[in-house]
Design a protein around this ligand. Structure first.
Ligand SMILES: Cc1cc2nc3c(=O)[nH]c(=O)nc-3n(C[C@H](O)[C@H](O)[C@H](O)COP(=O)(O)OP(=O)(O)OC[C@H]3O[C@@H](n4cnc5c(N)ncnc54)[C@H](O)[C@@H]3O)c2cc1C
Length: 382
């Protein structure tokens, strides 16, 4: 199977233009943004101007009118910018916090939130996880109580990517005092709403250039029009969102695995020990061959599954398989690549150390390895 089965000439032209942007405007700042623990908001603005934040959204609302594969190209190319936090922040903007607006939103919500998000004028975050509700999304307890003219929200969200800087949140909250997945709804909430409190930017092991925050809602009153989609359907609608999210995480994982392996091969060809390049040891070359084969298999699973998703299917099992395999393989390859670099690999000045730190989160975020296995088991009737 070749990439051309899935990527047209237009995709390749898009790839070229994103690659040039990444090389010229992102990669030169990677070190600085890692050290600062933040990439500037101007990255969103610039990417909006270039049309990269709305590739798959309809042209009528300022998007590029492309398919899901345009976002795949975006994530694959951003993986080359040298600081994964940028990829994560942008992926949340284009592929996680905003797709529900197009799918479930009113024209007014599309104009007020999605259109500025496509332009990079508003930054979005997605609020699902809470201190007491991680893997078990059905236990979300942030409560939106109906009040005259709207809703009063109390609760708190944690680990929210883009949360420190976001202008609005796509928020999952409970709207009925029942247990479980029933009685939840999604809202679009402006950051400047009184009672919306960004309490702190969290200090992470990796993905250091992306911001991750804890956010509180204290008697936050939002209007009726803040409701996104049907009241009470929030859990189902967020599960729909998670499919596109997990696929994009898998795409980033495969891209990171490719990059880490390329780095390892290049280094192993140059590094001489015992009088020969270390790649000349069959133990090393064979392990590289194994990993390359598994990356190729993962890549094809991702593309086939993405094609099905893009053509209206809902391949939940294969999406979870791609996410599970991707997260595990990306970390395994990064770990082996670090091994190839020996002591140098453990030094911050070598980019492989950053990939190793950054890929670890993919086994947790977007649903852990264990949760993907649960989903696969359920789909298999186990
Ligand atoms: C850097 C970062 C960015 C994130 N960004 C966002 C974001 O933008 N928005 C958002 O809403 N969330 C975000 N998250 C949250 C992320 O989705 C959760 O951390 C993840 O879903 C796991 O939840 P938890 O951390 O509460 O772990 P827990 O659910 O407490 O799990 C702890 C451990 O128990 C295991 N476990 C739990 N249940 C089972 C089970 N039934 N069977 C077997 N094992 C089980 C888990 O797999 C895990 O290993 C982010 C997290 C991080 C670290």
């Amino acid at each position: 199977m070749s990439e051309s089965l899935f990527f047209t000439e237009e995709h390749e032209l898009l790839r070229q233009s994103i690659r040039e942007f990444v090389e010229k405007e992102l990669a030169p700042h990677a070190e600085e943004w890692e050290a600062e623990g933040f990439f500037p908001n101007s990255v969103f603005k610039r990417m909006g101007e270039l049309g990269f934040l709305g590739l798959h959204y309809p042209e009528e609302i300022g998007g590029g009118g492309g398919d899901y594969f345009t976002n795949i190209v975006l994530v694959e190319e951003l993986a080359r910018c040298g600081t994964s936090g940028v990829n994560t922040g942008v992926a949340v903007q284009v592929g996680m916090a905003t797709p529900p607006i197009l799918k479930f939103g009113t024209q007014e919500q599309i104009q007020n939130y999605l259109v500025p998000a496509i332009k990079g004028e508003k930054i979005a975050c997605l609020g699902i996880t809470e201190p007491g509700a991680g893997s078990d999304v059905a236990s979300v307890s942030t409560f939106a109580e109906k009040v005259p003219g709207g809703w009063k929200v109390n609760g708190n969200k944690i680990f929210i990517t883009n949360g420190y800087r976001a202008d609005f949140m796509t928020l999952l909250a409970r709207t009925e005092k029942v247990k479980g997945y029933k009685g939840m709804s999604i809202f679009l909430v402006d950051r400047d709403t009184p009672g919306y409190v960004v309490s702190r930017k969290l200090d992470k092991v990796g993905q250091r250039s992306s911001d991750t925050a804890e956010i509180f809602f204290q008697d936050m009153v939002i209007p009726e029009e803040a409701l996104l989609g049907e009241e009470g359907r929030g859990f189902y609608n967020i599960m729909w969102e998670l499919q596109g999210e997990r696929l994009l995480v898998a795409v980033a994982c495969a891209a990171d695995a490719h990059i880490a392996l390329e780095m390892a091969i290049e280094y192993a060809k140059e590094r001489v020990q015992f009088g020969k390049p270390i790649i000349k040891n069959q133990a090393i070359a064979h392990r590289i061959a194994d990993l390359a084969s598994r990356i190729e298999a993962l890549q094809n699973l991702i593309y086939v599954t993405a094609w099905r998703f893009d053509h209206g299917e809902y391949p939940v099992k294969e999406i979870s398989m791609a996410k599970l395999l991707g997260a595990q393989l990306a970390f395994e390859v990064a770990d082996y690549a670090l091994q190839i670099f020996g002591g140098y690999g453990y030094m911050n000045e070598y980019p492989i150390s950053r990939i190793w730190r950054d890929t670890r989160i993919t086994r947790v975020g977007g649903g852990t390895d264990e949760i993907q296995r649960e989903i696969i088991c359920t789909a298999m009737g186990l």
